[in-house]
Ligand binder design. Structure first.
Ligand code: 4AD
Length: 477
């Protein structure tokens, strides 16, 4: 017999057909109504049992969390809350679940508790909705780039370079922490290590993507990225997924256009194709809002916010303009910011970014032309000699979601920058080659996938939008 799925049957009008479903019991009421979920949709299907005709020993095993197979007839439902239901003719218990031990009870659990049970939290409506949307967004990313002439490029995960120059890397070594071989200077002898040199997990696939853009024209990476920064915030992970397009012959304006069009496109995709999961999360947030003081409540519902972002232009503002706004704003003058903005050149903190987006402009903002000394070595120096062609996209509730730039394509300027920052030129010989052989203007950016998923699902903590989060002091599962 063909196995059906819940999503398909809930939208079917093919009544009286014989169907078979396999899934997990969400609830079993009055020895009669099983709410069954198989992951195909946020919605459960109601299966109506005739307990007089069903073996009691089987009914006893129909508990929350048990895996069962249901055979029956699809009928129009007379009850409230569903259009169809199944009149059950046969139940098979495939895997029991002891109700006294099963952690995911049909009640509200805290996200902290669910994080400790990350292997089971996917069985809740909230996490299944979030992870279905994560999967849909991932598809939308590949769809967008493929339809726009990009090639997917797999950047290496183990690398010898520090793309961001921030030194926040996880080392990769087979030397072990005890009896490490040392050289004559008493330093670790990496020539004895697996790769014969110092290596680490990548912090960004950008440098390698640049080499591919200089032949394939338009490429993008979408892969795991690792940062050993000790940031215990709701926006940072030690292992996250980053999407990095890189385009030959694009300048910074083209780069901003691409970032805006790309983000709007993937958001529109899920709004159009995943209404049920979004409606569930929208409702969750509305309920959560009601428990907050009025000042902290959202002005828009989740779906309104997504449509607003997809339909309105992002505001483009130079770093210099942003500093003027911040220097003169109320929270700065009243010393409400933790970091007071006094001078041009200050690095912007999340509180400043969020002020600009949430209070001042009230829409996504692209900040550009940052001071050279607070940005990475590869960004193109402007004619003023003090700013670089950098851009950050800032989102409401999230802060920075994208960081990117036009790259420094001039060999002499790039070499000078590398030397000023004491970066070993020899390590980047292959990167510098792209500036020697057919160099050209080019640009790209990195979008933190989990921050996008956070924005789309309205989840407050980044640990709740990736299946098994890795954060300082935590690598369970
Ligand atoms: O601004 P970042 O550091 O830029 C780069 O890595 C560039 N190489 C990208 C490029 O131009 N190809 O990081 C890009 C984005 C951030 O805007 C943020 O969304 C995300 O990556 N990100 C993190 N997400 C989760 N946890 C972390 N620890 C993150 N660090 C950065």
């Amino acid at each position: 017999m063909i196995r059906n799925n819940v999503a398909e049957l809930l939208s079917s009008k093919n009544y009286l057909q014989e169907v078979n479903l396999k899934g997990w019991v969400r609830t079993f009421r009055a020895n009669r109504f099983i709410a069954l979920n198989d992951g195909s949709t946020i919605n459960n299907i109601q299966c109506v049992v005739d307990f007089e005709k069903t073996d009691e020993s089987i009914l006893k095993q129909v508990t929350t969390g048990a895996a069962i197979s249901i055979t029956g007839t699809l009928t129009e439902s007379l009850g409230k809350g569903q259009s169809v239901e199944i009149q059950v003719s046969k139940i098979e218990v495939l895997g029991t679940s002891n109700p006294d031990e099963y952690p995911i009870q049909p009640k509200k659990h805290s996200f902290e508790f669910l994080r400790e049970n990350a292997h089971l939290r996917i069985r809740t409506s909230t996490f299944s909705a979030v992870m279905r949307l994560r999967s849909a967004l991932s598809f939308a990313v590949h769809k967008y780039f493929t339809e726009n002439g990009f090639y997917n490029f797999h950047a290496p995960i183990i690398t010898g370079s520090d793309a961001e120059g921030a030194g926040e890397m996880f080392q990769v070594s087979t030397l072990g922490l005890e009896n490490t071989p040392l050289n004559e200077d008493g330093k670790v002898d990496y020539s004895k290590d697996f790769f014969g040199k110092e290596t680490n997990l990548t912090v960004s696939g950008q440098l390698e993507a640049e080499t591919y853009a200089m032949a394939l024209g338009k490429v993008y990476t979408f892969g795991p990225t690792f940062r050993a920064e000790n940031s215990n915030t709701t926006r940072h992970l030690a292992e996250f997924w980053m999407i990095e397009p890189e385009v030959a012959f694009n300048n910074l304006d083209d780069n901003m256009d691409l970032a805006e069009d790309f983000i709007k496109s993937v958001i529109s995709y899920v709004v159009e194709n995943y209404p049920d999961d979004l409606a569930f999360l929208d409702n969750r947030l509305t309920q959560e809002d009601k428990t907050k003081p009025a000042i902290e409540r959202n002005d828009m519902s989740l779906i309104e916010k997504l449509k607003f972002v997809a339909e309105n232009n992002f505001k483009r503002v130079s770093y210099t303009e942003a500093i003027d706004i911040l220097r003169n704003c109320k929270p700065n003058k009243k010393k409400k910011f933790q970091y007071i903005i006094n001078e041009w050149g200050a690095d912007l903190q999340s509180e400043h970014e969020r002020y600009l987006v949430e209070k001042h402009f009230k829409c996504p903002v692209i900040l550009f032309d940052y001071p050279a000394n607070i940005k990475a070595f590869y960004m193109r120096l402007n004619e003023d000699g003090k700013t670089v062609r950098a851009m950050d996209v800032l989102f409401p509730g999230i802060g920075e979601i994208v960081g990117g730039s036009q790259r420094e394509e001039r060999l002499d300027v790039l070499k000078q920058k590398i030397s000023d920052l004491n970066i070993d030129e020899k390590e980047l010989w292959w990167y510098l080659d792209t500036r020697k052989f057919g160099t050209a203007e080019h640009s790209g950016f990195g979008l933190g996938f989990e921050r996008l998923v956070q924005f789309v699902t309205g989840m407050g903590n980044i640990r709740d939008v990736i299946p098994f989060p890795r954060t300082p002091q935590n690598a369970d599962f």
